[in-house]
Design a binder for this molecule. Structure first.
Ligand SMILES: [Mg+2]
Length: 243
């Protein structure tokens, strides 16, 4: 049984997991991909000063891909046309450069793979073993690739990601739509299900969706903020739920 005051995850009808930061440390791959892409671009265009890790936190972290590209280039006094999201990765537009980063991300993911958080993997395996319905609810358009690279795609009967959300015109987190729709696809009632999130927008989404239990995983956001956003319990690792 889970220790003391933690609710028993196995008593719910289903568990819906966010992906990045909950099941996989995806941020590290994104950081690596941004760095690789901008180092190549800076070298090709003779841009100085060189790209550093600080640039990631100052200009890229938490921003939409294209907004991040524009912000970073602006910090080096470089302006290129915005272009269009359909631009190929080879085009020197904000969108093209953003798409180039995504191509590098997929390359890094395929080359290096990504290891799930060990505690998350142990919990997931126990849930699957007990035939608990589980889903992924991610805003990412790379969710399928990340799940495949992590070797856990086959555990999930439902994967709600940025591709499906866009196709079906679902409002993104913090709106409840993606969590509620994933529960519907699983055939479960949010009021009898649990949701697991590491981001404030994700916790707000699950709370607004009426989930019986919203678990906040504190990977740095802070337990108080996660609780204020609607998390019923906060853990630092999903290992704490392993039976
Ligand atoms: Mg997340």
């Amino acid at each position: 049984m889970p220790p003391h005051d933690l609710p028993d995850l196995f008593s719910y009808d289903a568990v819906l997991f966010d992906l990045d930061g909950v099941l996989t440390p995806t941020a590290e791959v994104h950081m690596h991909a941004w760095q690789t892409m901008f180092e190549e671009l800076f070298a090709a265009w003779d841009i100085t000063p060189a790209y550093t890790e600080r640039d990631y936190f100052d200009h890229l972290d938490g921003k939409k891909r294209y907004d991040g590209v524009a912000a970073l280039l602006r910090s080096r006094d470089i302006e290129v046309p915005w272009g269009d999201p359909s631009d190929p990765p080879s085009s020197d537009t904000v969108c093209g450069i953003g798409n180039r980063k995504n191509a590098v991300f997929e390359r890094v993911l395929r080359a290096d793979g990504i290891a799930p958080y060990p505690g998350s993997l142990r919990l997931l395996d126990q849930l699957v073993e007990k035939r608990m319905p589980v889903a992924v609810v991610s805003s990412s358009k790379n969710a399928e690739e990340v799940l495949a690279a992590a070797g856990i795609r086959d555990r999930f009967e439902v994967v709600m990601d940025g591709v499906i959300a866009e196709r079906d015109h679902l409002a993104s987190k913090p709106a409840p739509d993606v969590f509620v729709e994933a529960a519907r696809m699983l055939g479960v009632d949010p009021a009898r299900s649990a949701a697991v999130e590491d981001a404030l927008s994700g916790v707000r989404s699950a709370a607004a969706g009426g989930f019986a239990l919203v678990v906040g995983v504190d990977r740095g956001v802070g337990a108080d903020d996660l609780r204020a956003a609607g998390a019923h319990v906060v853990v630092t690792d999903l290992e704490e739920f392993v039976a």
